[in-house]
Ligand binder design. Sequence first.
Ligand SMILES: Nc1ncnc2c1ncn2[C@@H]1O[C@H](COP(=O)(O)OP(=O)(O)OP(=O)(O)O)[C@@H](O)[C@H]1O
Length: 286
Amino acid sequence: MSCFETGASLRVERLEWGPRPGLRLVRDISLSLASGGRLAIIGPNGAGKTSLLRCLYRAAQPAAGKIEVDGVDLWSITAREAAKTIAVVLQEMPSDFPFSVRDVVMMGRIPRREGIGGWTARDREQVAHALDHLDLGHLAGRQFATLSGGEKQRVLIARALAQEPRIIILDEPTNHLDIRHQLEILELLKTLRLTIVTTLHDINLAAEFATDVAILAEGRLAAFGVPGAVLEPSALSAAFGVHATAHETPESNASRFSFSLRRSDAAPAKRSNSRISSLRSTGEIQ
Ligand SMILES: Nc1ncnc2c1ncn2[C@@H]1O[C@H](COP(=O)(O)OP(=O)(O)OP(=O)(O)O)[C@@H](O)[C@H]1O
């Protein structure tokens, strides 16, 4: 079971990708992650985070550069071998998905299925273990479509674990989750010894969770390294076009960040406030 597996190292070298010739959405990305490392990829909307993830889980073939898993080129192995090594948890959650929770988790075993026989005792054992690990045993018979967003997210992570991967790649795993479930999911991922790569929009969660952080801006790597070095106000301000402030927290080694619009960006809001004042003064609104 994956909680006893170990991770694999990941090395990305001068990676480039685009959906068509002449359009590059991922440009010149180089980074490396040790086995068992946790990489958080952050950056503004449209920075290329999902595109980079798609390359890392072999859904998109690089236009240039390469990706190595434990020193082996990801495109030198079969898709099935890649699927045994890398599990993916995506944001999309189909609403009309006529499968039970147990069926969905069992789908994680597909890359490991040999021949045309049915599920083996090991498949069932791994699924039971994954359901148990994510505290989903009581929901195993429920239709996936009837679950809450947080429950669905846990099922998709259980499916990834049932796959017995060495790397788990997640696209915004905390989306749709309340703060308690966000913290629980990230704590759970931390307890695994697998290599984790995830996009995260919440910088403070990334600071707590990651061993390594990559800031992506306009398809390029703006910064990469340990959170303490990468997550600093000037880099965050530049990448997100906001004013970032760091706050030291006694209970944690990681800084916390707060964000506000830069004064120039806030001007339109001020203008609309003055419009409201003038409407008030003319009695058009109360
Ligand atoms: N197949 C495609 N053809 C053309 N443009 C694309 C394609 N896929 C993505 N894009 C564009 O490339 C940019 C990067 O998209 P991507 O989804 O990788 O960004 P992201 O950082 O994950 O964004 P978000 O935080 O909003 O999810 C966006 O502007 C997007 O519209």
